[in-house]
Design a protein around this ligand. Structure first.
Ligand code: HEC
Length: 118
């Protein structure tokens, strides 16, 4: 009889342990996803990416206003060359495109073009 009682106690102990195990895991993994997921997602994503153009968009503008004379310039098809060039400065101080260009660059396009993070 003593042996059976001990066995029952062991069973009961195991039951408590195995029930306690997963309960702790659930409460540990629960608070983690909600705090990490909504945090960075809504904040920085819509703001700056909407205001700044990327290199492809800059090339699109340049194909209209610069390619007439700069079709072979390295910064027309290479982003590193583009960033290292004086394109940003030339457009900002209105040296480029020159007044004799076929396409005059409107102010809003110039403004948009200069949102590229040179
Ligand atoms: C009608 C022709 C013409 C157009 C259009 C034109 N450029 Fe130029 N560009 C020139 C000439 C000519 C030079 C070289 C003489 C000088 O520096 O003024 C030059 C020089 C440059 C330079 C310095 C040299 C270099 O390649 O690094 C940059 C940068 C430049 N242009 C950017 C632009 C950009 C950006 C546009 C369009 C927004 C543009 N240009 C449109 C004629 C043009």
């Amino acid at each position: 009889m003593k042996k059976v009682k001990a066995f029952m106690m062991l069973l009961l102990f195991q039951l408590v342990v195995s029930c306690g195990g997963p309960l702790v895991e659930v409460s540990e993994s629960d608070p983690n996803p909600p705090t990490t997921v909504p945090g960075p997602t809504p904040g920085p994503t819509p703001g700056p990416s909407d205001e700044r153009i990327n290199y492809e968009e800059a090339v699109g503008i340049m194909s209209t206003y610069c390619a007439q004379c700069h079709a072979n310039s390295p910064w027309m098809d290479n982003e590193v060359a583009f960033r290292e060039s004086s394109v940003g400065a030339q457009v900002k101080n209105r040296n480029m495109p020159p007044s004799y260009a076929n396409e005059e660059m409107p102010d809003d396009i110039r403004k948009l073009f200069l949102t590229y993070p040179f």
